[in-house]
Ligand binder design. Structure first.
Ligand code: FE2
Length: 283
Protein backbone atom coordinates (compact mmCIF):
# COMPACT_ATOMS: atom_id res chain seq x y z
CA UNK A 1 0.00 0.00 0.00
CA UNK A 2 1.43 3.39 -0.98
CA UNK A 3 1.38 6.20 1.59
CA UNK A 4 1.79 8.96 -0.97
CA UNK A 5 4.42 10.45 1.32
CA UNK A 6 1.99 11.29 4.12
CA UNK A 7 3.22 10.77 7.69
CA UNK A 8 0.23 8.86 9.03
CA UNK A 9 1.72 8.71 12.54
CA UNK A 10 1.68 12.52 12.75
CA UNK A 11 -2.10 12.44 13.34
CA UNK A 12 -2.02 9.60 15.88
CA UNK A 13 -3.36 10.25 19.35
CA UNK A 14 -3.15 7.87 22.27
CA UNK A 15 -5.88 7.47 24.85
CA UNK A 16 -5.66 11.12 25.93
CA UNK A 17 -7.69 13.20 23.48
CA UNK A 18 -7.43 16.62 25.11
CA UNK A 19 -5.93 18.69 27.90
CA UNK A 20 -8.83 20.85 29.04
CA UNK A 21 -7.84 22.88 32.06
CA UNK A 22 -5.10 23.76 34.46
CA UNK A 23 -6.32 24.41 37.99
CA UNK A 24 -4.21 26.69 40.15
CA UNK A 25 -5.54 28.43 43.22
CA UNK A 26 -5.10 32.17 43.59
CA UNK A 27 -5.18 34.34 46.70
CA UNK A 28 -7.02 37.32 45.19
CA UNK A 29 -9.50 37.45 42.32
CA UNK A 30 -9.18 41.14 41.47
CA UNK A 31 -5.44 40.74 40.83
CA UNK A 32 -6.19 37.61 38.80
CA UNK A 33 -8.69 39.52 36.64
CA UNK A 34 -6.06 42.19 36.01
CA UNK A 35 -3.52 39.60 34.98
CA UNK A 36 -5.48 36.92 33.12
CA UNK A 37 -8.27 39.01 31.58
CA UNK A 38 -6.72 42.45 31.07
CA UNK A 39 -3.05 41.45 30.73
CA UNK A 40 -3.15 38.15 28.87
CA UNK A 41 -6.37 39.18 27.12
CA UNK A 42 -8.26 36.00 28.01
CA UNK A 43 -11.98 35.66 28.67
CA UNK A 44 -13.76 34.95 31.91
CA UNK A 45 -16.21 32.10 31.49
CA UNK A 46 -19.58 33.91 31.55
CA UNK A 47 -21.63 30.87 32.55
CA UNK A 48 -19.79 28.94 35.25
CA UNK A 49 -18.17 30.00 38.53
CA UNK A 50 -18.97 33.66 38.07
CA UNK A 51 -18.64 34.56 41.75
CA UNK A 52 -15.73 35.53 43.93
CA UNK A 53 -14.84 32.00 45.10
CA UNK A 54 -13.67 30.72 41.76
CA UNK A 55 -13.08 31.98 38.25
CA UNK A 56 -12.76 30.05 35.03
CA UNK A 57 -10.77 31.79 32.32
CA UNK A 58 -11.01 30.62 28.74
CA UNK A 59 -8.08 30.43 26.38
CA UNK A 60 -9.42 29.06 23.13
CA UNK A 61 -10.78 25.59 23.83
CA UNK A 62 -8.90 25.34 27.14
CA UNK A 63 -9.32 26.97 30.53
CA UNK A 64 -7.64 28.08 33.69
CA UNK A 65 -9.57 27.20 36.82
CA UNK A 66 -8.68 29.68 39.53
CA UNK A 67 -10.31 29.00 42.89
CA UNK A 68 -9.73 31.80 45.39
CA UNK A 69 -7.79 30.13 48.21
CA UNK A 70 -4.04 30.53 48.50
CA UNK A 71 -1.32 30.24 45.90
CA UNK A 72 -0.47 27.25 43.75
CA UNK A 73 2.32 27.17 41.23
CA UNK A 74 3.08 24.94 38.30
CA UNK A 75 6.73 23.85 38.62
CA UNK A 76 7.58 24.77 35.04
CA UNK A 77 5.94 26.67 32.24
CA UNK A 78 2.44 27.00 30.83
CA UNK A 79 2.52 27.39 27.07
CA UNK A 80 -0.09 29.61 25.44
CA UNK A 81 -0.78 30.47 21.84
CA UNK A 82 -2.17 33.96 21.39
CA UNK A 83 -3.11 35.36 18.02
CA UNK A 84 -1.39 38.75 18.30
CA UNK A 85 1.79 39.10 20.39
CA UNK A 86 2.16 42.82 19.64
CA UNK A 87 -1.27 43.42 21.17
CA UNK A 88 -0.27 41.17 24.10
CA UNK A 89 2.82 43.28 24.80
CA UNK A 90 0.73 46.44 24.78
CA UNK A 91 -1.73 44.91 27.25
CA UNK A 92 1.06 43.66 29.54
CA UNK A 93 2.58 47.14 29.61
CA UNK A 94 -0.85 48.56 30.46
CA UNK A 95 -1.34 46.36 33.55
CA UNK A 96 2.17 46.94 34.91
CA UNK A 97 1.14 49.76 37.27
CA UNK A 98 -1.76 47.73 38.71
CA UNK A 99 0.44 44.67 39.30
CA UNK A 100 3.27 46.60 40.92
CA UNK A 101 4.51 44.79 44.01
CA UNK A 102 3.36 41.41 42.69
CA UNK A 103 5.79 38.99 41.04
CA UNK A 104 4.47 40.01 37.63
CA UNK A 105 7.08 40.62 34.96
CA UNK A 106 7.47 40.01 31.27
CA UNK A 107 10.09 40.11 28.57
CA UNK A 108 10.48 39.24 24.94
CA UNK A 109 12.31 35.96 24.38
CA UNK A 110 13.56 34.43 21.14
CA UNK A 111 10.33 32.80 20.02
CA UNK A 112 7.82 33.84 22.66
CA UNK A 113 6.88 36.45 25.24
CA UNK A 114 7.94 35.20 28.67
CA UNK A 115 5.48 36.24 31.36
CA UNK A 116 5.53 35.66 35.11
CA UNK A 117 2.14 35.95 36.75
CA UNK A 118 1.44 37.89 39.94
CA UNK A 119 2.12 34.81 42.11
CA UNK A 120 5.05 33.36 40.19
CA UNK A 121 3.46 31.07 37.60
CA UNK A 122 5.44 31.21 34.39
CA UNK A 123 3.86 31.46 30.96
CA UNK A 124 5.34 31.27 27.49
CA UNK A 125 3.14 33.11 25.01
CA UNK A 126 3.70 32.04 21.43
CA UNK A 127 2.33 33.32 18.16
CA UNK A 128 0.45 30.74 16.10
CA UNK A 129 2.80 28.64 13.98
CA UNK A 130 3.24 25.28 12.30
CA UNK A 131 4.41 23.65 15.56
CA UNK A 132 0.96 24.41 17.03
CA UNK A 133 -1.04 23.18 14.05
CA UNK A 134 -4.15 25.28 13.46
CA UNK A 135 -4.27 26.68 17.03
CA UNK A 136 -4.68 30.47 17.06
CA UNK A 137 -5.50 30.72 20.78
CA UNK A 138 -5.11 27.94 23.29
CA UNK A 139 -2.91 25.97 25.63
CA UNK A 140 -0.59 23.84 23.49
CA UNK A 141 1.57 22.54 26.33
CA UNK A 142 2.42 22.53 29.98
CA UNK A 143 6.08 21.87 30.75
CA UNK A 144 6.93 20.43 34.14
CA UNK A 145 10.42 20.43 35.62
CA UNK A 146 11.32 17.10 37.10
CA UNK A 147 14.18 15.39 38.94
CA UNK A 148 17.20 14.08 36.99
CA UNK A 149 16.66 10.54 35.74
CA UNK A 150 12.84 10.61 35.83
CA UNK A 151 11.78 11.68 32.31
CA UNK A 152 12.05 8.19 30.87
CA UNK A 153 9.93 6.65 33.66
CA UNK A 154 7.33 9.39 33.27
CA UNK A 155 7.21 8.79 29.52
CA UNK A 156 6.84 5.04 30.10
CA UNK A 157 3.91 5.71 32.42
CA UNK A 158 1.95 7.74 29.86
CA UNK A 159 2.83 5.26 27.08
CA UNK A 160 1.85 2.19 29.09
CA UNK A 161 -1.11 3.46 31.09
CA UNK A 162 -2.61 5.94 28.64
CA UNK A 163 -1.13 4.74 25.32
CA UNK A 164 0.05 8.30 24.65
CA UNK A 165 2.67 8.85 21.95
CA UNK A 166 5.87 9.97 23.68
CA UNK A 167 8.93 11.58 22.16
CA UNK A 168 12.15 11.52 24.18
CA UNK A 169 14.96 14.00 23.89
CA UNK A 170 17.97 14.16 26.20
CA UNK A 171 16.46 14.60 29.66
CA UNK A 172 12.92 15.23 28.53
CA UNK A 173 9.75 13.41 27.51
CA UNK A 174 7.02 15.02 25.42
CA UNK A 175 3.66 13.33 25.81
CA UNK A 176 0.92 13.94 23.26
CA UNK A 177 -2.28 14.76 25.11
CA UNK A 178 -4.54 16.03 22.36
CA UNK A 179 -4.68 17.60 18.97
CA UNK A 180 -1.69 20.01 19.02
CA UNK A 181 -1.24 19.55 22.78
CA UNK A 182 1.55 18.08 24.90
CA UNK A 183 2.71 17.61 28.44
CA UNK A 184 6.47 18.04 28.56
CA UNK A 185 8.59 16.72 31.41
CA UNK A 186 12.06 18.22 31.51
CA UNK A 187 14.71 17.15 33.97
CA UNK A 188 16.50 19.82 35.97
CA UNK A 189 19.24 19.92 38.58
CA UNK A 190 17.48 22.90 40.12
CA UNK A 191 15.22 22.78 43.16
CA UNK A 192 11.73 21.42 42.54
CA UNK A 193 9.12 22.61 44.99
CA UNK A 194 6.99 20.08 46.87
CA UNK A 195 3.77 19.23 45.00
CA UNK A 196 1.18 21.79 46.10
CA UNK A 197 -2.08 20.25 44.86
CA UNK A 198 -2.57 21.98 41.49
CA UNK A 199 -4.21 19.82 38.84
CA UNK A 200 -4.81 19.33 35.16
CA UNK A 201 -7.92 17.89 33.51
CA UNK A 202 -7.71 15.51 30.58
CA UNK A 203 -10.29 13.72 28.47
CA UNK A 204 -9.61 10.11 27.61
CA UNK A 205 -11.34 7.80 25.14
CA UNK A 206 -11.00 4.48 26.96
CA UNK A 207 -11.98 5.25 30.54
CA UNK A 208 -11.51 1.84 32.10
CA UNK A 209 -8.09 0.73 30.94
CA UNK A 210 -6.06 3.38 32.78
CA UNK A 211 -8.42 3.05 35.75
CA UNK A 212 -7.70 -0.69 36.01
CA UNK A 213 -3.95 -0.11 36.06
CA UNK A 214 -4.26 2.65 38.68
CA UNK A 215 -6.73 0.73 40.83
CA UNK A 216 -4.52 -2.35 40.85
CA UNK A 217 -1.69 -0.24 42.21
CA UNK A 218 -3.90 1.66 44.65
CA UNK A 219 -3.24 4.94 42.84
CA UNK A 220 -6.81 6.22 42.43
CA UNK A 221 -7.12 9.21 44.76
CA UNK A 222 -10.76 10.06 44.06
CA UNK A 223 -13.67 8.28 42.39
CA UNK A 224 -15.37 11.57 41.54
CA UNK A 225 -18.42 10.22 39.69
CA UNK A 226 -19.35 7.81 36.90
CA UNK A 227 -17.44 9.86 34.32
CA UNK A 228 -14.45 11.10 36.29
CA UNK A 229 -11.67 9.97 38.60
CA UNK A 230 -8.40 11.40 39.81
CA UNK A 231 -4.85 10.21 40.33
CA UNK A 232 -1.63 12.05 41.08
CA UNK A 233 1.25 9.59 41.33
CA UNK A 234 3.12 8.99 38.11
CA UNK A 235 5.02 5.77 38.62
CA UNK A 236 7.46 3.81 36.55
CA UNK A 237 5.20 1.01 35.24
CA UNK A 238 8.00 -1.56 35.58
CA UNK A 239 9.40 -0.77 39.03
CA UNK A 240 6.38 0.96 40.56
CA UNK A 241 8.67 3.73 41.78
CA UNK A 242 7.12 7.19 41.96
CA UNK A 243 8.66 9.47 39.35
CA UNK A 244 6.50 12.60 39.60
CA UNK A 245 3.40 14.01 41.26
CA UNK A 246 0.73 15.75 39.22
CA UNK A 247 -2.96 15.53 39.98
CA UNK A 248 -4.96 14.47 36.93
CA UNK A 249 -8.71 14.97 36.73
CA UNK A 250 -9.53 12.21 34.26
CA UNK A 251 -12.78 12.59 32.35
CA UNK A 252 -14.39 10.17 29.95
CA UNK A 253 -16.01 11.26 26.72
CA UNK A 254 -19.36 10.75 28.49
CA UNK A 255 -18.55 13.57 30.93
CA UNK A 256 -21.30 16.22 30.53
CA UNK A 257 -18.73 18.95 29.81
CA UNK A 258 -17.03 17.21 26.90
CA UNK A 259 -16.87 19.47 23.85
CA UNK A 260 -18.23 22.42 25.80
CA UNK A 261 -18.05 25.58 23.71
CA UNK A 262 -15.78 28.11 25.40
CA UNK A 263 -16.60 31.76 24.92
CA UNK A 264 -13.63 33.80 23.70
CA UNK A 265 -13.72 37.55 23.25
CA UNK A 266 -11.85 39.72 20.81
CA UNK A 267 -9.42 41.37 23.23
CA UNK A 268 -8.74 44.06 20.62
CA UNK A 269 -12.16 45.66 21.06
CA UNK A 270 -12.03 49.07 22.73
CA UNK A 271 -14.56 51.86 23.05
CA UNK A 272 -12.30 54.08 20.99
CA UNK A 273 -11.75 51.64 18.12
CA UNK A 274 -14.98 49.69 18.40
CA UNK A 275 -15.71 47.37 15.49
CA UNK A 276 -19.39 46.43 15.28
CA UNK A 277 -20.00 42.70 15.21
CA UNK A 278 -16.41 41.86 16.19
CA UNK A 279 -16.85 41.24 19.93
CA UNK A 280 -16.35 37.50 19.74
CA UNK A 281 -13.18 35.68 18.79
CA UNK A 282 -13.65 32.32 17.13
CA UNK A 283 -10.53 30.18 17.55
FE1 FE2 B 1 -10.52 20.56 37.64
Amino acid sequence: MKSNGYDRKADDLGNIVGLEHVNITIPDQSTAVTFYVLGLGLTRDPYMNVGLNNMWVNVGGQQFHLPTRGTQKIPGYIGLVLSDLEALKRRLATVEPDLKGARFKWREAADHVAVTGPWGNRFRCHAPGPEFGDMTIGMPYVEFLTRPGTARSIGKFYKTVLQAPVVYKAGSARVKVGRNQSLIFTETDGRIPKFDGHHIAIYIANHSRAHEFLLRRDLIMEESNAHQYRFKDIVDPTTGEKAFELEHEVRSLYHPMVGRIMVNRNAGQTQRNYMPGQDAYYP
